[in-house]
Design a protein around this ligand. Structure first.
Ligand SMILES: [Zn+2]
Ligand SMILES: [Zn+2]
Length: 245
């Protein structure tokens, strides 16, 4: 399987090491035809990108698209955070207008919408590591929050499902499949796992194979994810950023 674009990369706008152009150059060197710059959503307390930063990134990407127009297509994305059980994310309508691709994931460090959400999505998930009954409850809440987000927004990719909090892969895949949202096989976090990919495949969902690079040299580094895809017998036709011929 040949991957033609890396749809999940970070830059200095959040906590990556390279500039947008550094990532673009690295992608070109790896022979990629597309790249998505997807820094963390504004709700992330330490390194979220706010409206002003997104505006700057939009401008920079528009210029780079002119400069590299024969080589690569650059998209502005954001890796939004789930901030409530109801599936709210930390990207506003206004911010949504600036971006080309919406990625959504669970992250620690994102500001929850209310105290109830803080309790349900953060405290309980932490405590569930020690309590089996709570683990089951959290799995349900986490899954429902993500499904609510899928039904509420037009999400392109759910990033690293299962990496930060426990999720029911089958239920997630069912909802994502209906809405045309891809589930990510993330080479950095190593989620979806092989087991989860096999479950998700049965529900007809699409996948995205990404590096989640935090430095330019990792852009296009898909090895682990490609290996999982191979082991799962995942055909390129089921991968949004694979070459389809
Ligand atoms: Zn992430
Ligand atoms: Zn990321």
């Amino acid at each position: 399987m040949k991957i033609i674009g890396d749809y999940h990369t970070h830059t200095i706008y959040s906590h990556g090491k390279g500039t947008i152009e550094d990532n673009v150059k690295a992608a070109i060197e790896k022979g990629l035809k597309e790249i998505v710059i997807s820094d963390h959503g504004p709700g992330h307390v330490f390194y979220g990108v706010n409206y002003k930063k997104l505006q700057k990134m939009r401008k920079e990407i528009d210029e780079l698209n002119k400069k590299y127009k024969d080589k690569i297509k650059i998209y502005l994305g954001v890796e939004a955070n789930i901030i409530s059980v109801d599936g709210d994310i930390d990207v506003t309508e206004k911010e949504m207008k600036l971006i080309d691709k919406l990625l959504v994931g669970f992250h620690n460090g994102a500001l929850p919408k209310s105290f109830r959400d803080f309790n349900e999505l953060y405290i309980k998930n932490k405590l569930s590591k020690l309590n089996h009954k709570l683990k089951e409850e959290c799995r349900k809440t986490n899954t429902q929050a993500m499904i609510n987000a899928i039904n509420k927004y037009k999400i392109d990719i759910i990033t690293h499902p299962g990496a930060k909090v426990d999720i029911d892969t089958r239920e997630l895949a069912k909802a994502a499949s209906k809405k045309g949202t891809a589930l990510e096989i993330n080479a950095s976090h190593r989620f979806l796992t092989l087991e989860y990919v096999k479950i998700a495949m049965e529900e007809g969902v699409m996948f995205s194979i990404d590096s989640d690079a935090h430095k330019p040299e990792d852009v296009g580094r898909f090895d682990w994810a490609l290996n999982v895809a191979k082991e799962a017998n995942l055909p390129p036709s089921r991968v949004i950023n694979a070459q389809h011929d």
